[in-house]
Design a protein around this ligand. Structure first.
Ligand code: ZN
Length: 185
């Protein structure tokens, strides 16, 4: 933990100071142009990948970049709330769902339940997410991106804005080993 605190203090002296004026401007409001929905995987960082500055992208990260199906209420994770906020309050122009190669969450969907005997929450998550078509990990990971885009289209406020051309949805697939991004949705 000490090492992380040292890095955070170094950030205050270096990276922060380089953008001190920007951070001051961002103190009371934000106007990100894009929402990213990404996997929690430690090997990818959307801000680094797209070279965004603070305040540019609004990010939700969870297991396998998933989108909860539309419902009103009962949002314990806050993911639906974040999507609602991004669209209705921040008025982002686009939402990108970014899947990736070697996704452990997608791999878990093909693994036997017995592998997660001691992981009741991961087991329950898998039960909710199964049914993706594909015979290779990449096909399953890309099918997962398509599924999340379909779920986003099921949000009434998103459907309305897509119809009016006020919002765009994108699916990206990121390969960790090469840095390649391909569109997949
Ligand atoms: Zn992943």
């Amino acid at each position: 933990m000490d090492e992380l605190l040292q890095r955070a203090r170094r950030f205050r002296k270096e990276g922060f100071l380089e953008r001190a004026e920007l951070y001051r401007d961002l103190e009371t409001s934000q106007q990100p142009h894009t929402m990213f929905i990404c996997c929690s995987d430690s090997r990818l960082d959307p801000a680094r990948i797209v070279g965004s500055e603070p305040g540019e992208i609004f990010v939700v990260r969870n297991v396998a970049n998933t989108v909860p199906e539309w419902a009103e209420g009962g949002d314990q994770t806050g993911d639906r709330a974040a999507i609602e906020f991004a669209v209705l309050v921040l008025r982002v122009a686009r939402i990108v769902v970014m899947g990736h190669a070697g996704c452990g969450g997608c791999a878990a969907l093909s693994a036997p339940e017995t592998d997660f005997a001691d992981l009741p929450n991961l087991r329950a998550w898998c039960a909710d997410q199964r049914g993706l078509e594909g015979s290779t990990p990449e096909e399953i990971e890309k099918a997962n991106v398509h599924r999340q885009l379909d779920r986003l289209r099921g949000y009434p406020m998103i459907a309305e804005r897509l119809t009016r051309g006020e919002l765009a949805l994108g699916g990206w697939y990121y390969t960790i080993a090469t840095g390649e991004i391909v569109e997949c949705g």
